[in-house]
Design a protein around this ligand. Structure first.
Ligand SMILES: Cc1cc2nc3c(=O)[nH]c(=O)nc-3n(C[C@H](O)[C@H](O)[C@H](O)COP(=O)(O)OP(=O)(O)OC[C@H]3O[C@@H](n4cnc5c(N)ncnc54)[C@H](O)[C@@H]3O)c2cc1C
Length: 415
């Protein structure tokens, strides 16, 4: 059986890992397998929160992380006999992919199944294109040659929060132009206000109801004009916009792009996974990719379980969420302070909280946390949800002490 995967990001690599033991796999990518655009943001944010302020050191650290991860992926895929093929892939009917190399040479691959993991493109309004110098995307952070004295962050979502945090900690005067009445992460609305206040304490100037319609780069800086005619200027602008899959770019006919629970489209044997299906997070993308790959090689009929995935953003503190809270149909919840765990006192970081929610029948429904390592705090909740545990089951679990992983059980014991 032959599987062709288009895209070597988190989803493509995960699909290759899952399918390779059962099929001949070709991974078509326009960059090295494992290349992940947001890695630069992750590294900068983690390093800046840890106190790094030298932009050259930040660049070197991001390059090291990226090279290390790509080398790791290349070794793993080689061990699994996955054939990497450099170029841009495009569906050429249900059982074939046309690949165009950087030199323009074309090849055609036949396949029993095609997994499209080509990601998504920034959904930018026409007059807001990045120029790679003064108008940058989050993935362009590494192009900054010095810490800008002032910066506009245009748009919200998790990326907007993270860019404001990174730049303000670095010392830039940040003006945050958010399109609605208040910044929204879209991941955990329960914590948006908390994190916005934190950023304001760091002197980020939040300007609500500022939908930017025009952005121009000049020699001395950038200027933004909002829908209401207000003007804002700064040395650079960072764009934080949502992403949208571009099915036509990979030859996927729009009327065939609806998928079943495995990501299989109306074209038999052609799957859409990850951001190419709907942008959420790399963890969701990888879960979908694995489910699609195992379905394609007929090894599993389990769809991806994306409801039990912890979604997280920000750092110092981190915000994380899983499942449903009372605002989304859970019947009750309890909130505990991070200071209720000894680990918080050991780390000397007591600011933060966890809210644990339950369903009818007292089953664990979801949780949200803001704290250092919030994603790890929610890991036991993910397991509890997956196992269908009741609050008393979770309450009986004693984790390593002292560790932040104890907090969910501490919350359950309060009930
Ligand atoms: C700033 C930012 C920070 C983020 N932070 C996190 C985070 O901390 N945790 C998390 O889980 N998620 C995070 N995300 C979301 C995450 O990046 C995506 O959900 C994830 O990368 C999706 O993986 P993917 O493999 O589907 O797509 P991508 O990562 O976009 O990979 C697709 C790959 O396919 C390539 N490609 C595209 N078209 C073709 C073609 N025709 N032929 C060959 N190759 C092609 C692309 O160049 C790319 O390498 C973040 C997103 C952003 C923008």
């Amino acid at each position: 059986m032959r599987i062709v995967i288009i895209g070597g990001g988190p989803a493509g690599v995960e699909a290759a890992r899952a399918a390779a033991p059962h099929a001949t796999v070709t991974l078509v990518g326009d960059g090295p397998p494992g290349a992940w655009g947001p890695l630069v943001c992750r590294v900068w944010l983690a390093a800046v929160v840890a106190g790094e302020r030298d932009i050259v050191a930040l660049g070197a650290r991001a390059a090291r992380a990226s090279a290390g991860w790509q080398a790791r992926c290349a070794t793993d895929l080689a061990a699994l006999d996955v054939e990497p093929l450099a170029g841009r892939g495009r569906l050429d009917g249900p059982g074939a992919v046309l690949v165009e190399g950087a030199d323009g040479a074309q090849s055609r691959l036949e396949a029993d199944a095609v997994i499209i993991a080509a990601g998504a493109a920034l959904a930018l309004p026409p007059d807001l294109a990045p120029d790679g110098e003064r108008i940058l995307t989050a993935e362009d952070l590494g192009k900054l040659r010095a810490v800008p004295t002032s910066a506009l962050v245009v748009g919200d979502g998790p990326t907007g929060f993270e860019l404001c945090h990174t730049l303000s900690l670095l010392g830039s005067a940040v003006t945050w132009l958010v399109p609605e009445a208040a910044p929204r992460s879209g991941i955990a609305p329960e914590v948006d206000g908390y994190l916005t206040r934190l950023l304001e304490r760091q002197s980020v100037r939040v300007v609500p109801n500022s939908r930017v319609t025009r952005l121009a780069a000049r020699l001395e800086g950038v200027s933004a004009v909002t829908a209401s005619g207000e003007r804002h200027g700064a040395e650079v602008a960072l764009l934080a916009f949502g992403r949208r899959p571009d099915h036509t770019a990979v030859g996927m006919p729009a009327d065939k792009a609806t998928t079943d629970v495995y990501g299989q489209t109306k074209l038999h044997g052609v799957y859409l996974v990850g951001d190419a299906l709907a942008p959420v997070a790399a963890s969701v993308a990888m879960a979908q990719a694995r489910a699609a790959a195992l379905h394609a090689v007929r090894r599993s009929s389990e769809p991806a379980d994306v409801n039990d995935i912890v979604l997280a953003f920000m750092e110092g503190p981190q915000a994380a969420k899983i499942g449903r809270l009372t605002t989304e149909g859970a019947v009750g919840s309890v909130t505990v302070a991070l200071a209720d765990s000894l680990a918080a006192h050991v780390m000397d970081a007591t600011e933060g909280f966890l809210t644990l929610a339950w369903d009818y029948g007292g089953r664990v429904a979801g949780a949200v946390a803001v704290a250092p390592r919030a994603a790890e705090i929610l890991a036991p909740v993910a397991v509890a949800r997956r196992a269908g545990m009741r609050l008393e089951d979770l309450a009986a679990i004693y984790g390593p002490h002292p560790s932040v992983s104890e907090l969910a059980a501490i919350a359950a014991r309060q009930m």
